[in-house]
Design a protein around this ligand. Sequence first.
Ligand code: KIV
Ligand code: ZN
Length: 510
Amino acid sequence: MGKRNIEIFDTTLRDGEQSPGATLTIDEKLKIAHQLAKLNIDTMEAGFPIASNDDFEAVKLIAENVDGPYICGLCRTVEKDIQKAWDAVKYSSKPCIHTFIATSDLHLKYKLKKTRDEALEMAKKGVKLAKSFTDRVEFSAEDASRTDKDYLCKIIQAVIDEGAVVVNIPDTVGYAQPNEFGDLIDYIKQNVENIDDAIISVHCHNDLGLAVVNSLEAVRRGAGQVEGTINGIGERAGNAALEEVIMNFKTRPDYFNCDTGINTKEIYSASKMVAGYTGIHVQRNKAIVGENAFAHEAGIHQHGVLSNPLCYEIMNPETIGKKTELVFGKHSGKHAIEDGLKKLNYKFSPGQLSKITQKIKDLADKQKTVLEEDIIAIADYELNKSSKKQTVVLEELSIISGNKITPTAVVKVNLNGTTKTSSAYGVGVLDASTKAIRNILGPDVKFKEYELKAITGGSDALADVSLTLMDKSKKKYNARAIDSDIVMASVKAVINGMNKIEREKNKKSD
Ligand code: KIV
Ligand code: ZN
């Protein structure tokens, strides 16, 4: 029997963006959307258009600009939501409406305050309306894994009759066990008369660490679409990590006998981009995309891999677009660096290229070698920076610290063309520097989260800082910066965040 094709539905920009602290700007969403299209996913859930104006605009922009996948907007089964989702996705040549209602008694009673019959009617009406706009309509029964099985089958059969072409079975709270979830798929196949008229989709959350395995088991039992996110980000403990799902199918065709249309060589870039923009770093030992996923430390492993990689490697890092051989030193020329960046799928203007080359050379002066991780961080940072107009620019930073000195910082910042200077004390140099910046920019900005990561090992490693700032309307802004100096990286990240806030202010006053 030929291999079954499994469709991949990416919800990085919707469920993924619901990860605590992962707000993305519209530019960042568009860049991620283009990368997802390169990955060749089947459907991209670009957002929840009724949730906010920003969400609506992002879905619309993606629908207007990104070709390839279905562009999908999420909506509840209520008229105004469905209309809004359509208004956003209608610009795509492949629009999709994803409408959902909770179906478990728990959700019906406490959240929706509706009876089963009322929810059934809402689901039917919602799908019918969505179908009047587009052919590609997906219906989700939220909390399906805790829903009465016969009621679930009844509602699925009804929405397929109304025209749903994808029926999604979410394990919304990550409660199901693999065999149990597989049995649920079997039950649906056996008890929904028109099930062959729709694709069964699954959407698993990772609260018990089972999102990927539950999705895989569902596919083994007949599901034809898997929903998830890059790096597994999402509500609470996240969604199924799509890179893991995809690589299971690719690595074990003997077991699954199925494949996806995914261009796996784009996985690593997608993972880096999502981690960079959301500020949610990938743990080193994460399957597929973690830094250690293909690293061999033990001598016996290294020897085995050198003799034949199959001894310890079940996948080739190049399959996910990860090349480990890129290492630059201070003698590396512009052409070698340009070539390296091309291999990593980056394209830069000559001006950007010289800036990046200089940064890599400066780093090589400080570190013995500059590894691929450093290069990606520098390139991503430059790429991100180049698309934004900076209204807050750091001109100077001086810090004083020691075991008998109160940490002090003096900063000079150019704000909309005017240079302003301030100094401050703090519990550490970072605290002092950010206080000094805040003296200049005003008290309305608050620090929410701060994460420091050394990109490659050693005390001379490049520091990668991600942080979240909050403005007075409580809107959150993620920002990131890299530098070989921890304080500089932190201050640059604050400045980047401040620029995002200033851009938002200017947008509102335009
Ligand atoms: O987890 C969930 O149930 C969802 C639905 C909206 C599909 O995200
Ligand atoms: Zn979800």
